[in-house]
Design a protein around this ligand. Structure first.
Ligand SMILES: O=C(CNCCc1c[nH]c2ccccc12)Nc1scc(-c2ccccc2)c1C(=O)NCc1ccccc1
Length: 334
């Protein structure tokens, strides 16, 4: 089996939203597919009403195929301080023409302000590894893990775009969606993420710099978060860019010229790595609050994280194969 679903960017490509159907008759929700976590959780009929502002909710009592997972609860918090928690139902979940008959659907009883304020997202679908699923007492499998054995190929691909709809495909690699070759590198899923190491980077037309970047491929994080020395190296080439603590990162004039940023993938023996190039204009993330002339950079430091995060800013410059069958990740230009 294989499937395909369109995904649509929010403002400034802050996130990408994909429609899933839950239950019988189907209830359609708009969710954020997130390879940086492993819980499928949704706003629900059980969510504290003051914390629901415009989201579509899943109501298991209206689904003839819903069954509560007795005694199961979940609680999750993310690096930005946001969180959610609740209880668990098993129900049919369909995405891109593929269906899992008994998917753990984590129903929120409470969500933090960031999620309440984001009226366009009705929940998250984690496509990380089940080892970091937050359901207790028994962890639950992700949608991809439940699908995997029945897929033509045990892969899903992300084809995110800048300011335009893109696609998530499951079970096949669409050879018309990229140019050149796909370069595959092994992943380390020990921490539950799609962990991989880039051999280095280049700023603009500058020379490649050999500096291993240990990171994760994370569709749920908006920006590209890298070691602070690399980030400083990039913004040294942006006129007037500076680190502003009260803005929480590097800012620059919204009309400044921005160099491209390229990161390496793979290591041909002694040869040069394949490069994924992020066009400079993608690095202008958005005007900082209250200003129309000062803009916030899409490349920022990974200081408090411990690893780098190849978020949407990096992913939308590539066609990315998340290969669960061979525990590897593939990157191609497009
Ligand atoms: O959690 C995810 C993916 N799901 C995000 C869901 C989500 C959380 N608020 C959301 C708000 C909107 C949409 C989705 C989400 N990725 C990872 S791995 C390590 C960290 C981390 C750990 C410590 C410190 C920092 C990051 C994060 C992280 O917190 N990213 C979000 C972020 C990263 C930086 C800044 C803001 C958010």
């Amino acid at each position: 089996a294989h499937g395909s679903a369109e995904t649509t960017p929010g403002p400034h490509d802050v996130e990408y939203l994909t429609t899933i159907s839950i239950g019988t008759p189907p209830q359609n929700l708009s969710i954020n597919i997130d390879t940086g976590s492993s819980d499928l959780w949704v706003f629900s009929a059980e969510t504290t009403s003051s914390e629901v502002k415009g989201q579509t909710v899943y109501d298991p009592s209206l689904s003839s195929t819903a069954a509560q997972l007795q005694g199961a609860t979940w609680q999750i918090s993310y690096g930005d301080g946001s969180s959610s928690g609740g209880d668990v139902y098993l129900d049919r979940v369909a995405l891109g023409g593929l269906t899992v008959a008994a998917q753990a659907v984590e129903c929120a009883r409470n969500v933090s302000g960031e999620f309440t304020a984001d009226g366009s997202s009705d929940g998250l679908m984690g496509l990380g590894f089940g080892v970091i699923n937050m359901v207790k007492p028994v962890r639950q499998k992700t949608f991809f893990e439940n699908l995997q054995a029945g897929l033509d190929e045990a892969v899903f691909t992300a084809d995110l775009k800048h300011g335009m709809p893109g696609r998530y495909n499951f079970g096949y690699v669409d050879s018309s969606a990229y140019t050149g070759d796909i370069t595959y590198v092994p992943i380390n899923s020990t921490d539950g993420y799609w962990g991989w190491t880039s051999p280095g980077y280049a700023v603009g037309s500058g020379a490649f710099k050999d500096e291993a970047i240990v990171g994760i491929a994370d569709t749920g994080t908006t920006l590209l978060l890298l070691p602070s020395d690399i980030v400083a190296d990039y913004y040294r080439q942006v006129d007037g860019a500076k680190y502003e603590r009260n803005q929480g990162g590097y800012v620059f004039g919204c009309d400044v010229a921005l160099p491209d940023f390229a990161f390496g993938v793979g290591h041909t023996a002694g040869g040069s790595p394949a490069m994924i190039k992020i066009p400079g204009k993608y690095v202008n993330y958005a005007p900082v609050g209250g200003s129309s002339t000062k803009c916030y950079g899409g490349i920022q430091s990974n200081d408090f994280i411990g690893a780098s995060i190849f978020g949407d800013l990096a992913l939308k410059a590539a066609f990315v194969v998340f290969d669960g069958g061979n525990m590897r990740i593939g990157w191609a230009s497009k």
